[in-house]
Design a protein around this ligand. Structure first.
Ligand code: PMP
Ligand code: G9A
Length: 409
């Protein structure tokens, strides 16, 4: 049948494509499949008891107000609580510089809405978070994809690209980085690269979007200061995205965009036409949670849980993976990035993995244009310890077959 609505869709909607991760999430609903695909927090890390208590408190104290529309900027007490918490964690900001958004995904969407015309260029890591690529693509961006090494984005190559663009009269609208325990690779930018990034966005007159959902999920090693810490207060260029999705619960849909006042104003206007305001009820609960000091205490519990799962996954990888397979050993976050030997293809292998009841995200999904054919992202925060052991054994068998087939073929 001829598609009825094709000539009605905008150019923007015609170019949209489904998120591999969102589609794969359906697999996690199948009880027989062990999924390492979604970047989901573990339900064991959800502080149900405290949330129950605080929900009751919010209803008793604020009643109907907590269920009413709120301001587009977000609840003042929540912005104050975030500002205090952020300042204690080397993210300098005032409550007025914070906009509460419905997840950092909405932050990426709104930033695209205010900065991008069709054809505008955005610098991204190659690979990078596929939801970021999707948000930029929805506004018809083009990408300047800068390769990563074991220390995250190659800032030297970024500089070369920016210089070349300048010679050609081009300027990127944003530089998008996930500095700590990057999605999908788990890599972390060292301090010298963080500082260099600040210099570069000043030198080439653009902004840096620092997306930091995993920064506090560190299981070993010394914490690094966010890029925002090194920003110039007299000429701020960093827009910082933080979220409660990985440190409290994703179902609240509460995140922050920290930006200079001028950008914050534009962002708020853009959000007015998107959703008027973020969910009032969960903002009230989150404000109580953060100002009550629960978040920092809860981080210790999460770190023990996820650190243990990371170790189990690394142990299983060491035990089961065939020769020639390589993977990262991140000091935090939720993912291992795994690369198979030359000739293997993780897209072609995917149906065999599902047949063997294990799932991952194909590496290709995280590349702006091409790459990642031999790679995959595997998540360790969501599965149970037992699922990690069994699932990695299954995956290793599938990979072993793939390697044999490629050698034979
Ligand atoms: N950015 C990155 C790098 C992510 O990994 C995610 C979620 N996996 C998001 C943004 C979106 O998170 P949320 O909208 O739940 O805050
Ligand atoms: O789409 C989601 O559920 C968020 C997870 C993102 C990811 O897996 O990177």
């Amino acid at each position: 049948m001829k598609p009825v609505f094709d000539d009605l869709y905008s150019d923007r909607a015609s170019g949209m494509r489904a998120s591999e991760i969102r589609e794969l999430l359906k697999l996690t609903q199948r009880p027989d499949i062990i999924s390492f695909a979604g970047g989901l927090p573990n339900p064991l890390a959800f502080p149900l008891g405290i949330i129950k208590e605080l929900t009751q408190k919010v209803l008793d104290r604020y009643g109907e107000k907590a269920l009413q529309y709120g301001t587009t900027e977000g609840l003042t007490s929540l912005r104050e609580a975030f500002a205090e918490n952020y300042n204690a964690h080397d993210i300098p900001c005032t409550p007025d510089e914070i906009t509460i958004v419905g997840g950092s995904q909405q932050g990426l969407d709104l930033l695209s809405k205010i900065f991008l015309n069709p054809g505008d260029e955005v610098v991204v890591g190659d690979p990078t978070y596929l939801g970021g690529l999707a948000a930029f693509r929805a506004f018809q961006a083009r990408f300047v994809a800068v390769p990563l090494d074991n220390d995250g984005m190659r800032v030297d190559l970024l500089e070369e690209r920016l210089e070349k663009m300048r010679r050609e009269g081009r300027k990127p609208k944003m530089v998008y980085v996930i500095p700590t325990f990057q999605n999908p690779t788990g890599t972390t930018l060292p301090t010298d690269r963080r500082k260099r990034l600040i210099d570069l966005v000043h030198e080439y007159d653009t902004v840096l979007v620092e997306d930091n959902p995993y920064g506090r999920l560190r299981y070993e090693g010394e914490p690094l200061k966010p890029i925002k810490y090194y920003d110039d207060p007299d000429d701020p260029r960093v827009i910082y995205l933080g979220t409660l999705s990985k440190t409290l619960v994703p179902g609240f849909r509460i995140a922050t965009v920290v930006a200079p006042p001028e950008i914050t104003r534009k962002l708020v206007i853009a959000k007015q036409s998107t959703d008027l305001c973020s969910t009032t009820f969960t903002q009230y609960i989150a404000a109580e949670y953060i100002s009550g000091g629960y978040l920092d205490a809860h981080m210790r519990k999460i770190k023990t849980l996820y650190g243990g799962k990371r170790n189990i996954m690394l142990k299983a990888m060491d035990e089961f993976m065939p020769d020639g397979v390589e993977w990262t050993r991140p000091e935090g976050g939720m993912f291992l990035w795994t690369t198979l030997p030359e000739g293997c293809n993780t897209v072609e292998m995917f149906p065999k993995a599902v047949e063997n009841k294990v799932a991952y995200v194909v590496g290709k999904a995280f590349y702006a244009y091409e790459g990642g054919e031999r790679s995959m992202r595997i998540n360790f925060s969501y599965p149970t310890d037992e699922q990690i052991m069994v699932g990695i054994e299954r995956l290793a068998k599938v990979i072993e077959e793939e390697i044999k087939d490629k050698k034979a073929g």
